[in-house]
Design a protein around this ligand. Sequence first.
Ligand code: MRU
Length: 361
Amino acid sequence: MLIQGRQYRTIWLAPDKKHVRVIDQRFLPFKFVVEKIRTVEQMVRAIKEMHVRGAPLIGAAAAYGIYLACAQAEKKRRSDEFIEQSFASLAASRPTAVNLMWALDRQRAQLQKADNPMDKKKRALQVAERIAEDDVERCRAIGHYGLTIIKRISAQNKGRPVQILTHCNAGALGCIDFGTATAPIYQARKQGIALHVWVDETRPRNQGRLTAWELREQGIAHTLVCDNAGGLLMRQGMVDMVIVGADRVAVNGDTANKIGTYLKALAAYDNKIPFYVALPIPTIDRNLANGRDIPLEKRDPEEVLYINGIKRGKMERVQLFGTGSTALNHAFDVTPARLITAFITERGVVKSNKLDALKIE
Ligand code: MRU
């Protein structure tokens, strides 16, 4: 992704291979901070506290976490035990994005083939690098297939800008590059298709600030709206399509994504507006027939009661509600498959009944 004219990814290995670097998303859009992550413990914290976030990136971060754990284990007497503990703490770091478990399963399968600590470290790095590289290609392909939908709507609009609504950040920042929901938008922009994006603020963590920042960096017209505005915009004919990302998709197409996605899908359905979910195939959970059993993360209520912002160049935390009020902080909801027009994957645009047939390459 282009940041101030320079190409970046969200996560990469330092040249000395001793640490991993990530864009620390807590400070965006105000400060561009690159964090050095040297240990698996630091990686667990970065995932939990959302320095890194977004399902595909969480998966890649966990895979790099195992690499760091293997490097640390080389100096430990009980190295296997340490690696096992690292698997457990990474697995528990965030519950909803299935990409995390998928990445850890891939690491486990490789590490089982290794017979000494050095070999483990080498294999763990290969897996992490592969997951990251593959994700870039998956997102590129999602962009390619999603572009066909935007092109069709643009033709129907006879040149009037395509109005796209998105929720949360399913952008390059939630992946390694390009994003899922944003990849078709970036490709459309490259082809000179006129478009405009409605960006939901996405309370309480305000991931809309990330999407708005990304879109601004890529020079794409966009407007931030509060989470409750989508229904009105749709009724007023201001939305041609909705594209969101996903954290876990059951085999029948029920989709867990950022809290508020379900309400947008309901409003889109009522207004006959196409509602697309963009996802790489590892976001499909083959063990879940439907969305009922998707584990939905509940986060600290303080994220609802307080907000972070910037004042005179300094990040500040501000209390939003009266002391003594309690809050509930569900981070995700599940949108039933019947409300989803289609899924934009790296293998094409498919209806929910075709998801199970998509195999991971
Ligand atoms: O809590 P977050 O910010 O990790 O939630 C992220 C989302 O809900 C995204 O839409 C999803 O992970 C897809 S990212 C390409």
